[in-house]
Design a protein around this ligand. Sequence first.
Ligand code: GKR
Ligand code: MG
Length: 428
Amino acid sequence: MRITEMHITPIALGDPPLLNAAGLHAPYCLRTVVELRTADGLTGLAEVPGSAAVDAALAAARDAVIGADPRNWHGLRAKVAAQGAPETSRARGDKPWDGRTRVQVFSALDVACLDLQGKAYGVPVAQLLGGVVRERVPYSAYLFYKYEGAGGELGFGTDPLAAGWAKARQAAALDPDGVVAQAEAMVAEFGFRSIKLKGGCFEPAQEVAAMKALRKRFGAGVPLRLDPNALWSVESSIRWGRELEGVLEYLEDPCRGQEGMARVRREVKLPLATNMCTTSFDDLPGSARLESEDIILTDHHFWGGLRSSMELAAHCRTFGRGVSMHSNNHAGISFAAMTHLGAAMPNLTHALDTHYPWQWEEIITGGRIAIEDGSVALPKVPGLGVELDRAALARAHAAYVRCGLKERNDEIEMRKKVPGWKFAATRW
Ligand code: GKR
Ligand code: MG
């Protein structure tokens, strides 16, 4: 089995004006679709967060990929790794998302090769990851503070005919009442059984009030999480973390760095989760030594693929960490890959994050993947279980060309609303 073609297609999908620690989501989120074709006519798919830099890094790996056997992951991985210096966690940057590119190349190739292998052997990817431990994978409602309006061609406009969750997705949510209304609509539509709020947007007091309002509305049976994306100082994290004891199932990245997180963890009786202080294998010795978190949120796009995420899960088992999953905006190929990983991870301790409800377009055949009772059914067909809708892919690529965005920059978008706004690595 030999890979004979590699196709890299940047796409843009509509995204509402969601607020976060680094500013405001643009009307489009960028993704890149990778297709690997073999001489015997199979196609393996993957999707990664899009940027011109990621696309260039993928293109640079093409020579190593063409001619490779997708069944020999170690061989292909080593060939690509030999093309450049290893990328450590320092290259991640201080934004909520991960700025590295090579980990995403490994991720795209790992997922597409697994899709090819699954198709060749006639088994779902989850089986190649060690077997299916759950047929349905639980996800969490992911709430955002937001301005009114939708994204994409609509920009900040709204569709007056929208109803149900589509209508709620356009509504503003800027205070505790708005957050609770958003949660009610999202939970009613998708049946989520746990709720996360993206924080780091307003003063801690306001975000803590929103969590308490959610608790009051949904009760202790619905686990809650708050993620200020490390915008709080260690002192604020201790002060506001104590306020949230007994309210949250976990507090995610209240402050920056493993030392800071470890201090907060000693002072506050609340589990801490991270996708910011322990983000790659070179962070693991520090995590074990300092005990910086209770739960590590893997993300196959940033940990180098599904197989690497399984390696991380083994570390979590050894060092007594819970494991769950981080997300960014994504489409159906990533959603399928996340679901296979969630289905195969024996020690998954919490429902996974997903931004999927915020998007409405799709690039796979059959349209949007169904989230029911807060979970997604593992596809029972060979590989990832998704195929490209060529017309939809072409539309999403045309949107990429038209929108002119080449990387995610929430600061620029935020300045359109709040002139002069600047990202601060620690704000409160
Ligand atoms: O989509 O705005 C967002 C989030 O802030 C995202 O970029 C983060 O990476 O979801 C993420 C997180 O859990 O930190
Ligand atoms: Mg996070």
